[in-house]
Structure formats: C-alpha cells, structure tokens
Design a protein around this ligand. Structure first.
Ligand SMILES: Nc1nc(=O)c2c([nH]1)NC[C@@H]1CN(c3ccc(C(=O)N[C@@H](CCC(=O)O)C(=O)O)cc3)CN21
Ligand SMILES: CC(C)C(=O)C(=O)O
Ligand SMILES: [Mg+2]
Length: 272
C-alpha cells in the first residue's frame, strides 16, 4: 500500500548502495507536523524511542511502549512522502527471543506502514536480526551507546574511550552486518573506532556522537532545532526555535494582558 501511494520513495537497497559514496541524511521525527518539515531533505526519518524523553518528558527511553511507538509512527507516516521511515522497537518488545521481536516488528510494519525497524544491540541481537531480515523485516541496528541499556551502562556515556573496549564494539558491528542489518547506528563512540568500523563493514554506518567518519549522520530533530533545553556535546544547534517560541509566547501574554490582542483585523463583525 505504501509503495503505491508514493510515500517513502527511498528504498532499503538505495540506502545500502550509498555506502562510501554519498552521505546519508537522517533525522528523527515523532509526528506529522515535524515529519513534513524533515521529509524533503532527509533520506531516513527515524521515529526514535527518544520521543519518550523529548515528547513525553520521561526520564529515559525505557518507558516507551510498542503502542506509543505505533501511535507516533502512524502520525509520521501521514506526512512522509519521500524519506524512508524507520521506527524504533522499544525496550521490552524484542529482547526475549526472535519470535517476540518478529511479533513486535510485524505489528509496527503493518499498523504504521513504515519500511523498517531499529533495535539496540550487537552480538546479543545477531540471531534476532537474522530472523527478522530472513522474514521480510528490514532491520537497522544500533550499537555503542545504547540508551535502552542506560542502567547497565551507568548513564549516557561515550563508549570506546578506553581502547580495551574497542574489540567488543567492533564485534557488535561485524555481527549486525553479517546478520543482515541494512545499516547500523553508531552512537556515542570515539572517532578512530567509528572510522575503523565504517571501513571494515559492508553496510552504511549512521553516526550520532560518532564523528564525521561515518556513512551518514542522525540527530534528534528537536536538539538541532534548538528546542530542547540541554543537549549532548555532539549536537550542533542549527536553529534557535526554543528562544523564538519563548519570545512569541511572551509577546502573546503581553498583548492579551494589554488587550491589544485581538485587534480589529482579528475580530469578526456582523453585516452592516
Ligand atoms: N534530546 C535527546 N537527544 C538525544 O540525542 C538522545 C535523547 N534525547 N534521548 C535518548 C538518547 C540519550 N542520548 C544521550 C543523552 C545524553 C548524552 C550525554 O550527556 N553525553 C555526555 C557525554 C558523557 C561522556 O562522554 O561520557 C556529553 O557531555 O555529551 C549523550 C547521549 C542520546 N539520545
Ligand atoms: C538518536 C537515535 C539514534 C535514536 O535511537 C532515537 O532517537 O531514539
Ligand atoms: Mg532510540
């Protein structure tokens, strides 16, 4: 259905062919309004489980549910015309076994019309990624700083600062590529490790806090727009929408208080 109604003209094979050639542009979006802004410029729109924190004010991504991800995925799909839409599988919806992951992923694809799912984990998710991709579910992997493991990681900490940790993260990258993931998000890892992984695996790497040495980049939209209060070091603020919004709301409050809003041109009058 989605292919016929001309949404998501970017395909999984097209993304895979971009490796080493043209950088892949990815951003998150959580709803139809924001997806409409992003779609003309992005190759990939990710409906990230970061929406738990950014959109719902939760303390981590652990509280996102499958129903919540599907609700936001459906919203995004109403304005995605061009970009390939990926929806995060939330914590607890895929880790038990490949069967559980397939049940969750098939719900996401059927109920939203998106093209692919993303899940966190490397070697531990090898079987699950193979199970899904062999059954028609394109999978984007996510390794390095995996926010759903914030409890075991002890915080949102950059990975691979210590070279002793590199071989495990490289093994994760190789595992997800060999299992059939079409791309992998590298989050919060040091530059030389990102460069090594990008050079040594056959699928595109999409970096967030993982240096320019990746095949593409992703950021949380609200971070790069300057809408979020605090953002990690790896974020560049391409806009200052938070400041602009606060100033607009302040002026509205002032105008209502002074009865200068609504003015005549904002007021309905009866026929003369
Ligand atoms: N708004 C937002 N942006 C994100 O990029 C994002 C979320 N939310 N929620 C889910 C995860 C959590 N992420 C985070 C959150 C914090 C840091 C952070 O504070 N990093 C430290 C680095 C500390 C270290 O080097 O060990 C920093 O100062 O940048 C990083 C990634 C990335 N994701
Ligand atoms: C930041 C990206 C990679 C993500 O997983 C999310 O937004 O949830
Ligand atoms: Mg996520």
């Amino acid at each position: 259905m989605s292919a016929q109604n001309q949404s998501q003209s970017v395909t999984v094979p097209q993304i895979m062919r971009r490796k080493g050639l043209q950088p892949i542009v990815a951003l998150t979006a959580y709803n139809a309004l924001m997806a409409g802004l992003v779609d003309p410029y992005a190759d990939i729109i990710l409906v990230g489980d970061s929406l738990a924190m950014v959109e719902h004010g939760m303390a981590s991504t652990l509280e996102a549910t499958l129903d919540l991800m599907i609700l936001h995925g459906r919203s995004v799909m109403r304005s995605a015309r061009q970009a390939l839409v990926v929806v995060d599988l939330p914590f607890g919806s895929y880790e038990e076994n490949p069967e559980q992951a397939f049940r969750s992923a098939s719900r996401v694809l059927r109920e939203t019309g998106c093209t692919a799912v993303k899940l966190e984990g490397g070697v531990a998710m090898r079987e699950t990624i193979a199970f899904l991709t062999q059954r028609g579910v394109p999978v984007m992997a996510h390794i390095g700083l995996t926010p759903q493991s914030v409890m075991t990681l002890g915080g949102f900490k950059t990975q691979g600062r210590d070279r002793a940790a590199w071989s495990a993260i490289e093994a994760d990258a190789v595992a997800v590529a060999e299992a059939g993931a079409f791309a992998v998000v590298l989050e919060g890892i040091v530059e030389p490790l990102a460069a090594r992984i990008t050079e040594n695996i056959a699928i595109p790497t999409i970096g967030i806090g993982a240096s320019a040495r990746c095949d593409g980049q992703i950021l949380v939209l609200e971070d790069m727009l300057g809408l979020t209060d605090r953002a990690p070091k790896f974020v560049r603020r391409f806009g200052a929408l938070g400041d602009a919004a606060r100033e607009a709301v302040r002026q509205y409050a002032e105008a209502v208080g002074a009865r200068s809003f609504p003015a005549d041109q904002e007021t309905y009058l009866p026929k003369k």
